[in-house]
Design a protein around this ligand. Structure first.
Ligand SMILES: *Cc1c(COP(=O)(O)O)cnc(C)c1O
Length: 380
């Protein structure tokens, strides 16, 4: 039992119980390597869960985005469109390949890539005769972006989509699993994600040939030969068979975790939704949010307190809360990159007024009541 005095976390690893059995299996068979039965079984589980035809387990989600961009031919001097409101791992691999990110705003219903801003960016780059090589679409906090509109636009310009589904495993858009809409989907199993392998990722696609390429890229692009032969440059990006053992156990409790995350969100929502000046992150119609993190926006004028002040007050009470991701177009490292917003800068608004609340599935109801109590306290 966690004590009320122990820190209440945003999202921490939550083991299901079977993980150690699969890790032991790796030890018993001496498959202590970045391949083995756990890796294969973990890939099979993700394929079955998402309905994707093929999958390749990797050492991180960042590696997945890097490999996806590489296989799509992104290189020196190319343009890649990318959601601005995200964690930097969505954009860093664009720079690894010598390409230039152009950032796209969010809409306020999904918090994800705005089709309006995306269309604007395409028109501007079409006029320059310099269409992007790829579009990285992020599904933030467990909600899918508007994939039908985004795909319609990208297909019209014949530009492939990479879905950064690092935060949205198990979320659905119009009945279909998040991550399965783009040419590639990428999941992350970092320690704070809805399930974890301590560190890890996976790239999925219905194009089995492309996933074969990803597997090759992830293993130093080794050709089929008994001697070590390489016809192109690759990476060392495969997932350890030990980590994959953790992943196997975690996949067994994924549905349960999503239910728990949604319950946590509903409890916040029930307690806070009637307060003028608080708005919970919407769940778009016809979508299923995995509620990886419970998030909300606050109106500082109505409430007399800013998002940052609320986060700080919670921190003083041993509660971990955070502002929403700082958009990429506001990051010093990307200050010379172009940005296309909607009429107003929505991602900036969400950053300045958004809060991620503790969404740890190990948090007790009592602890969550304490969080809610503290939020109400700081509003008065
Ligand atoms: C966590 C995360 C990643 C990166 O995943 P890693 O496994 O940590 O490399 C990428 N994009 C988003 C939106 C994330 O939240």
């Amino acid at each position: 039992m966690m004590k009320l005095s122990s820190r209440i976390l945003l999202s921490s690893p939550h083991m299901g119980g079977a993980e150690q059995k699969y890790v032991q299996e790796a030890f018993d068979t001496n498959w202590i390597a970045p391949l083995g039965n756990n890796v294969n079984q973990f890939e099979n589980q993700v394929k079955e869960f998402t309905g994707s035809k093929s999958a390749c387990a990797l050492s991180s989600g960042t590696a997945g985005i890097h490999i996806a961009l590489d296989i799509l031919g992104v290189g020196q001097g190319d343009i890649v469109f990318c959601s601005s409101l995200t964690f930097i791992a969505s954009a860093n691999p664009i720079v690894y390949l010598g390409a230039k990110p152009v950032f796209i705003d969010s809409d306020l219903e999904s918090w994800n890539m705005s089709p309006v801003a995306l269309e604007r960016a395409f028109r501007a780059y079409e006029a320059k005769g310099n269409l992007p090589k790829a579009v990285v679409v992020v599904n933030l906090y467990g909600q899918s972006a508007r994939m039908d509109k985004i795909l319609e636009i990208c297909n019209r310009y014949n530009v492939p989509v990479i879905e950064d589904a690092a935060e949205s495993l198990g979320a659905k858009y119009k009945g279909k699993m998040s991550g399965t809409f783009g040419k590639f989907g990428v999941y992350s199993f970092n320690g704070n994600k809805i399930i974890t392998t301590s560190g890890g990722g996976m790239i999925i696609s219905d194009d089995e040939e492309k996933i074969q390429k990803a597997l090759k890229k992830a293993t130093q692009s080794r050709d089929q030969a008994i001697h070590y032969q390489h016809s192109e440059v690759g990476y060392n990006y495969r997932l350890s068979n030990i980590s994959a053992g953790i992943g196997r156990g975690q996949m067994e409790v994924l549905d349960q975790r999503i239910d728990e995350k949604r319950e946590i969100f509903n409890r916040y929502s029930d307690a806070l939704k009637d307060i003028n000046g608080i708005e919970m992150m919407p769940e778009m119609e016809d979508t299923y949010h995995n509620r990886w993190l419970s998030t909300m926006t606050v109106d500082p004028e109505m409430l007399g307190v800013t998002a940052l002040e609320i986060v700080e007050y919670l921190g003083e009470n041993n509660i971990e809360a955070r502002p929403v991701w700082k958009p990429m177009h506001m990051q010093p490292v990307f200050e010379d990159c172009e940005y296309f917003s909607e009429e107003t800068d929505n991602s900036k608004y969400l950053y300045e007024n958004g809060i991620c609340l503790p969404s740890d599935t190990k948090m007790t109801e009592e602890q969550q009541k304490f969080v809610i109590e503290k939020i109400k306290e700081v509003l008065n």
